[in-house]
Design a protein around this ligand. Structure first.
Ligand code: DCT
Ligand code: MG
Length: 442
């Protein structure tokens, strides 16, 4: 989550309103059968579940998306990456397995490059292009390096271009001055690249909830992100904290962190203040949101994790960590898979003694504080998926002349903010059928 906060968002800015006619959202009906149907243009108008009929195509397209993202470091737009993502999203929403390229041609946002990959998979069962990329040195190294907490594509690529290929290459180079988060990212590489299970997320949520409610009775702590969308594995735990009475949440985060620190539960933390200012949402600082938040690494005691999760007994081998992961590749954070494989030769960095001593596993936890009046928008935003959010914002802008953020929805026609007290309200304002979190997995 760290990376995207620092990156500026490149969403299209709202255009001045010239058309006062509200466009009706395109047919948002749920596809029911194998009958020919037309997918709505915007992903947020469709139902997209984790499980769908076209994984063999979407897995390949996601490799291309990720690879395109690695290549476009420093460029303003990640339009190539986005194109692959949008093609994959259309296939995910298809209510049946795709069997011919002609149908793919009729789907929204499936461009020529994606089409050719789909065609290869239909004809040969795989795509040579995707195979070559995922076998390649560049892709694998970028996955390895961006798997380090605190390392984004730009840094990873710089290192790749300097000839670094393994974690030890990074560790042993004295000319690199690693930032604090990167240092801990290297130290806890294996922990942080072992997917967080839902059971672990629940434990952490309970730990935080207990502290929060002791400090501020009535306050709420909700597990958002991928877990709220039904994933059983994730790369972090996203906790949204609020209180029904506006203003009561002030000061809560630092008090909670003090308690967690007292109990020695934090291996790393970095807090940013609430910078939300409705009057100055300038283009420059158009980051995802401005909530008070803390990116942290929790020390989760291994004794708290049930033995069937295998973590306690597992030797600290990356291979073991992969096996712990989901047998459903789509439920595993994409970075988790390959990074662990490639880190295989580098496990030696964990010297044996240290590994034996460590009684906890490091887990990435994001704590976000939302005031009551912004809570519904924060919940939608932090539930995601990232691409669902993008789609919602684009839809709001293009079809409704509204500006959606994680804080508010602004109606550019009526020139007013639209208050919402639930996620349903948000969808209602946008004239979209409500989608359960599990249906927002695009
Ligand atoms: N988010 C977003 N835009 C981004 C990144 C994230 O809107 N560029 C939102 C959507 C999900 C939420 O924040 C939490 O982000 P992550 O933890 O990165 O995603 P996730 O869906 O929870 O995935 P994971 O299971 O890997 O944690
Ligand atoms: Mg998450």
């Amino acid at each position: 989550t760290m990376e995207w906060f620092t990156k500026s968002m490149e969403e299209k800015q709202p255009v001045p309103c010239t058309d006062h006619l509200r466009l009706k959202p395109a047919q948002a009906a749920v596809p029911v059968s194998t009958e020919k149907m037309t997918l709505p243009k915007h992903e947020c108008q469709r139902i997209t579940r984790l499980k769908h009929h076209n994984h063999r195509f979407t897995t390949a397209l996601e490799v291309l998306e990720e690879h395109a993202g690695y290549l476009q470091v420093g460029q303003k737009t990640d339009s190539r990456a986005r194109a692959f993502r949008r093609a994959a999203c259309s296939l995910k929403a298809l209510p049946h397995p795709l069997t011919n390229v002609e149908e793919a041609r009729t789907l929204p946002h499936v461009g020529t490059h994606s089409l050719s990959v789909i065609q290869d998979i239909l004809e040969d069962g795989y795509s040579q292009e995707v195979q070559d990329i995922s076998d390649g040195d560049f892709y694998g190294t970028m996955q390895l390096f961006t798997g380090i907490f605190g390392v984004g594509s730009a840094t990873a690529r710089k290192w790749y271009e300097r000839g670094f290929r393994t974690l030890d290459d990074i560790r042993n180079d004295s000319t690199l001055s690693l930032k604090k988060d990167q240092t801990i990212g290297l130290e806890l590489y294996q922990d942080l690249n072992t997917p967080v299970t839902l059971a672990e997320a629940d434990i952490i949520q309970e730990m935080v909830r207990a502290e929060v409610q002791k400090l501020l009775p009535g306050a709420t702590v909700v597990l958002t992100g991928g877990f709220r969308r039904g994933k059983t594995k994730g790369h972090d735990v996203d906790l949204l904290i609020s209180h029904p009475t506006e203003g009561k949440e002030t000061g809560l985060l630092s008090a909670v962190l003090a308690k967690l620190r007292e109990k020695d539960l934090l291996a790393y933390e970095t807090t940013s203040a609430n910078t939300y200012d409705p009057s100055s949402v300038s283009r420059k600082e158009y980051t995802l949101d401005h909530f008070e938040r803390c990116f942290s690494i929790f020390k989760l005691d291994k004794s708290l994790i049930s033995s069937n999760q295998n973590t306690k007994q597992a030797p600290p081998s990356p291979v073991g960590a992969v096996q712990q992961g989901s047998s459903r590749p789509d439920l595993l954070h994409h970075k988790d898979k390959v990074s662990l494989e490639r880190a295989g030769g580098t496990a030696s960095f964990l010297d044996e003694e240290k590994t034996e001593e460590k009684t906890w596993i490091g887990r990435r936890v994001d704590l976000i504080i939302a005031p009551a009046s912004q809570y519904a928008y924060a919940l939608v935003g932090w539930t995601g998926s990232k691409h669902f959010n993008r789609s919602l914002r684009l839809y709001a802008d293009n079809e409704m002349n509204m500006k959606l953020t994680n804080h508010v929805l602004y109606d550019s026609v009526k020139n007013q903010y639209l208050p919402a007290s639930s996620e349903e309200d948000v969808f209602l304002h946008l004239q979209l059928p409500y989608r359960e979190p599990a249906e927002r997995n695009c």
